[in-house]
Design a protein. Sequence first.
Length: 269
Amino acid sequence: MNNKLFVYKNSRVSYHRYGSGKEVLVAFHGYNQTGAEYAYFEEVLGQKFTVIAIDFFWHGNSVWLEQEDFLDEDMQNIVNGIAKQEDLHAQRFSVCSFSMGARLARALVRNFAHRIDYFIMLSPPTFSFNLFLNFTTNNPFGLNVFKYFVGTPGALQKWVERLYKWKILTRSVYVFTSKFVGKQERVEKVFKTWYAQRKLKTNFKKFARTLNNHNINVILIVGKNDSITPPHGMVNYIRKLKNRRIFILQKKHELATPETKHVFEKLFT
């Protein structure tokens, strides 16, 4: 596996390449990870795919330094640029995401729908979590509140506990905040990460039509015991698609597990 860098405008995008398959798989990791997490699957994916696992902004060595918001067209340009840099010329490719990486993955699928073979989602965020993310980065009131928490150590956790007790926050948002955003530097990292992607919003009804119209093979892999992104809502959403396979595993909110590797073995080897 090789860790590489792609320069885009004034920004930089780090990514990892592994495998030697003829098909291409673009992969996105979850919060506080890097694309190196996908090395765990090289044995089962690497013969079919050449995997390009891209690091989020503010993860790995990826940093968004532009004054403008990151848009769908930037996602397109980055993937095209990496493909050219890596001398990859496949007309069609596949996309995989874990957890928060689904936001970037959906942007890629939207804009390259006519070229997508597989769209693989591992433990994607719930619909309520997507609404919460949009509120905290696009709504002026929500954005100001988020900035307050970034500048006030300890305040976020206290308010999350109160709002959860008052049944204003869902359990998935509460668990994510408690587990992943405990320290102040993590609050700042979440803010930077979410804000950089705030324009990559998905209309899920329209997105379902896109998946169906282009006959994209959708694979959903979720953990039955996942308290961070409970699978029920997304499972029901995917079940309405034409070309889909759903795997509900005995696991929690994890990417690199033997259970997930076994599913990839069944699908791609």
